[in-house]
Ligand binder design. Structure first.
Ligand SMILES: Cc1ncc(COP(=O)(O)O)c(C=O)c1O
Length: 367
């Protein structure tokens, strides 16, 4: 059996609806912002229960815009996790600020107990990441932020379709960033993203800043930039949004089955705890495995592709040298980076695939 990690050829096998909508859009020549972008912003805001959405050309720009909108600048510090995609820290660095890393917990999420120690007089914000499509304890994090008068920017780039005790990732903090990169739960045919906020004045500023600071064609109120989502991608996003609930349901079913089978293989396999009421998107199904590299080769030889997110934590990347971190600074993330594997549980897989994967893993440890 062949189980591929990347499912995009299946996802976009049937493009009839998208092409139909593209043809209609092309006739209107609404190519910069316009009615399709507005329709997407309205619908995704409703889906996430976030008042204001500003779509952008990718998730990294959504993060940069979020940071900028709350005034993050040169010399400021933003607390974030050391186990994330490069963009979480990269967006902070792009604004001239310093990412201050903290360790994660056994769920691969920000360990809120470590936040207070990382705060000093340069700290302006906390950026929790909904890593892998699971979520940190946002209630605890927002309470700490309130105590120290800090802003919360959620990196919810992997969080679209998740749910924490009835609320969407990205609806807890002052502002949040989402990605619609091709391998996210809501994906476009290229790059796409958006910012979400319930704060009207942040929204008004962002809406202008995304589009050169323009009031209208002839006037600007301040110097802005161009961060606009392409309307062709807004059409794709609207099409994908219709399928999102089903996608999340399939991924959750697949993950549940794997959790059950693999937890019997403890201590060779360590599944992260899944707190009650936290529904994940399973952008990444991650667990820790002994003999990680041998297991990955064993699976690959039998047709199962896997990934590692990521083998080197952010603080140990060459790019972080100037921040003076060293090995053992964040022991939990460092240990996990040596044993974690991401297993495909996407919407084009079902129980027979999950059975195949879990049987292989069991056989590997029985050898
Ligand atoms: C946690 C996280 N933050 C930020 C990003 C950046 O998003 P994008 O690739 O759309 O720029 C990604 C996705 O790749 C991500 O997974």
């Amino acid at each position: 059996m062949k189980i591929r990690y990347n499912y995009l050829s299946q996802e976009f096998e049937n493009t009839k609806n998208i092409f139909f909508e593209w043809k209609k859009l092309i006739k209107t020549t609404d190519f910069t912002l316009g009615h399709k972008v507005e329709e997407f912003e309205k619908k995704i805001g409703k889906f996430l229960n976030i008042k204001y959405i500003i779509s952008t050309n990718n998730g990294t720009d959504a993060l940069k815009l979020s940071l900028k909108s709350i005034g993050i600048k040169n010399g400021d510090e933003v607390i974030t996790v050391c186990n994330s995609f490069y963009a979480s820290a990269g967006a902070i660095v792009a604004l001239g600020a310093r990412p201050v890393f903290i360790d994660c917990d056994d769920r691969f999420q920000m360990n809120y107990n470590l936040i207070s120690n990382a705060i000093n007089n340069k700290t302006k914000a906390i950026m929790p990441v909904h890593w892998g499509g699971a979520s940190p304890d946002m209630d605890k994090i927002t309470k700490i932020a309130k105590k120290y008068n800090l802003k919360v920017i959620e990196d919810a780039c992997m969080g679209i379709g998740g749910n924490i005790l009835g609320k969407s990732p990205g609806s807890f903090g002052d502002i949040s960033a989402f990605s619609m990169h091709p391998l996210k739960s809501l994906n476009v045919m290229g790059d796409g993203g958006f910012v979400g906020t319930n704060n009207k004045s942040i929204f008004n500023w962002l809406k202008k800043y995304r589009n050169h600071g323009m009031i209208d064609r002839d006037r600007i109120s301040f110097w802005g930039e161009n961060f606009r989502l392409q309307p062709l991608q807004a059409v794709v996003a609207l099409n994908q949004l219709k399928k999102l609930k089903k996608v999340i349901k399939i991924r959750n079913n697949n993950a549940k089955y794997l959790d059950k089978q693999l937890s019997a293989l403890y201590p060779n396999v360590k599944i992260p705890p899944r707190p009650r009421g936290f529904k994940e998107t399973f952008a990444l199904y991650m667990a820790n495995f002994s003999k990680r590299n041998e297991l990955r080769s064993y699976l690959l030889k039998r047709g199962v592709e896997t990934k590692i997110h990521y083998p080197i934590p952010l603080h140990l990347q060459k790019a972080s040298k100037k921040f003076n971190y060293k090995k053992k600074d964040f022991p939990v993330a460092e240990k996990q980076s040596k044993s974690l594997i991401t297993i495909p549980v996407h919407q084009y897989l079902d129980m027979k695939h999950m059975q195949y994967i879990s049987n292989l893993i069991r056989k590997f440890y029985e050898k």
